[in-house]
Design a protein around this ligand. Structure first.
Ligand SMILES: [Ca+2]
Length: 391
C-alpha cells in the first residue's frame, strides 16, 4: 500500500511539473525564478518519496558503496571539460566545450593543448561535447567527436595522435537538430564495435516520440555513420526513443547499456537502454504508467536538484554518475539488469561535476564544470581529479 501511495505521489508530482513549466535548461534546474518555484514545490510534495530510489531487490544492494575518495588533482585551469577518454597508451584526451582538445600524458599532471576542432560553435549547452576513441585506434588513429556547429549537431572523426596540431574532420553524421539547450552529446563504442550517441530533444519535445527524428534518441551506427542491419527500425540509427536529454553512456561487463538523463523539473533518471524501447519522454518524467508496456520506466530516479546527471562510467559492478546541479558523484550498484540504491559522494565539495571516466588503473577521473556559465568558479577551475573507488 505504501508503495502504491508513493508511486501515485510521484505521478502527481510529475504531472504537476509537466503542466507548470515549458521547456527548461537542464544543466541547472534552478537558475530562473519560475523553475525554482516549481522545483521547490515538487520537492516538498515528494518529501515522502525516497530521495534516491532504485530497485529494492537484493538486500546486499543496501550496503555502503566502496569508499569514494579523491586521491589527486590531475589537471587544473580547464574550461568546461566535457569528455575525458583514454588512448591505448594510457594518455588521456579532454574535450573543452569551446572546441579545444587537450592531452594529458600518462602519469602527467597537466593538460596541454593539442588541437582545435574546426567548426565548433559554443553556445548555451552546445559546443565540443563527447569524444570517443576508435576501438581499432592502434590501426586507424581515429577519434570521434560530437559537436555543435552554426547549423546542427554532428558527429565527426579525425586522425589524432600526440603530434597532431591540425585536425581535418570527416563527417560521420550531420543534421541533428541543435539548440541552446538539450543537445545531448555523449559518444561511446559498444562491445559490438558500434558507435552509440545520446541526442537531446533540442527543446522540441515532439521529436522524442517521433520515430522519424533522430533527436530525443539514443542512436547506434557503424563507425562510418551508416545504419547497422540489426537496428530495431530498418534504415534508422534510432536504438531507443522517448529521451529528453541524455548525456551519459556506460556499458557494463555484460554489455548492457546504462544511460542517465536529465529530467525537466522533477525527476532525473538512469535507464537500462535496450533495443527499440521507448523511455517515455515527454509522456512520462521519471516513473509512471507504462501504458501496458509501451514505455519503459527508469531504474533510478532523483529529484533534479540532487543530480542533473551528465557523464557515467562503470568500474566493476558499480555505475558512477556525475551530478551537475547536484554537485556530487553518485554510486549505483548494478546487479545484473537491476540497479540498486544510489549513494552520494563529494557533495558540494568541487562544485558541478560533468565528466566521469574509468581510468586504466581502475580509478575514476572526474571533471568539474564550474566555468560553464552556471557554476560558482573556484580557484583552479575547472579541474580533473583522480578518484579511487575501492578495491
Ligand atoms: Ca523516461
Amino acid at each position: 500500500m505504501l508503495r502504491l501511495a508513493t508511486t501515485s505521489a510521484i505521478a502527481a508530482v510529475a504531472v504537476l511539473g509537466l503542466t507548470a513549466c515549458g521547456s527548461s535548461s537542464d544543466d541547472a534546474a534552478d537558475t530562473t525564478a519560475s523553475d525554482g518555484d516549481v522545483t521547490s514545490m515538487a520537492a516538498t510534495t515528494a518529501a515522502e518519496a525516497p530521495s534516491a530510489s532504485g530497485s529494492t531487490t537484493g538486500a546486499g544492494d543496501a550496503a555502503q558503496p566502496r569508499a569514494v575518495s579523491v586521491r589527486s588533482t590531475i589537471a587544473t585551469g580547464l574550461n568546461t571539460p566535457w569528455s575525458i577518454v583514454f588512448l591505448p597508451d594510457d594518455s588521456a584526451l579532454v574535450s573543452e566545450r569551446g572546441g579545444v582538445i587537450k592531452r594529458i600524458a600518462k602519469n602527467g599532471r597537466r593538460a596541454t593543448t593539442l588541437a582545435r576542432v574546426p567548426g565548433v560553435v559554443e553556445g548555451g549547452e552546445g559546443g565540443l561535447l563527447g569524444l570517443a576513441v576508435s576501438p581499432t585506434y592502434a590501426k586507424d588513429r581515429l577519434v570521434y567527436a560530437y559537436l555543435t556547429t552554426s547549423r546542427d549537431n554532428r558527429i565527426v572523426r579525425f586522425r589524432l595522435t600526440a603530434s597532431t596540431r591540425r585536425i581535418q574532420p570527416r563527417t560521420v553524421l550531420t543534421g541533428l537538430e541543435s539548440a541552446q539547450i538539450h543537445n545531448g552529446g555523449r559518444l561511446a563504442f559498444g562491445p559490438d564495435g558500434k558507435l552509440y550517441a545520446t541526442v537531446g530533444d533540442a527543446g522540441n519535445t515532439s521529436a522524442s516520440q517521433d520515430r522519424g527524428s533522430q533527436n530525443g534518441k539514443i542512436l547506434r551506427m557503424n563507425p562510418t555513420g551508416s545504419v547497422p542491419s540489426d537496428n530495431p527500425i530498418e534504415g534508422s540509427r534510432v536504438w531507443s526513443l522517448g529521451h529528453r536529454n541524455p548525456q551519459g553512456l556506460a556499458f557494463d561487463r555484460s554489455g548492457r547499456l546504462w544511460a542517465p538523463e536529465f529530467g525537466q523539473n522533477t525527476f532525473d533518471e538512469v535507464n537500462l537502454i535496450e533495443k527499440g524501447k521507448n523511455y517515455g519522454w515527454p509522456e512520462i518524467e521519471g516513473r509512471g504508467d507504462t501504458d501496458g508496456g509501451r514505455y519503459t520506466n527508469p531504474q533510478v530516479t532523483w529529484r533534479t536538484s540532487e543530480s542533473s546527471p551528465s557523464g557515467a562510467a562503470i568500474v566493476g559492478s558499480r555505475l558512477y554518475v556525475a551530478g551537475l546541479g547536484g554537485e556530487r558523484l553518485w554510486t549505483i550498484p548494478l546487479r545484473g539488469a537491476r540497479a540498486g540504491k544510489a549513494t552520494a559522494s563529494l557533495v558540494g565539495r568541487y562544485g558541478r561535476i560533468r565528466a566521469v571516466t574509468a581510468a586504466p588503473d581502475g580509478s575514476l577521473w572526474i571533471g568539474t564544470s564550474n566555468r560553464d556559465g552556471r557554476g560558482e568558479v573556484r580557484s583552479g577551475d575547472d579541474r580533473i581529479l583522480r578518484v579511487s573507488v575501492g578495491g
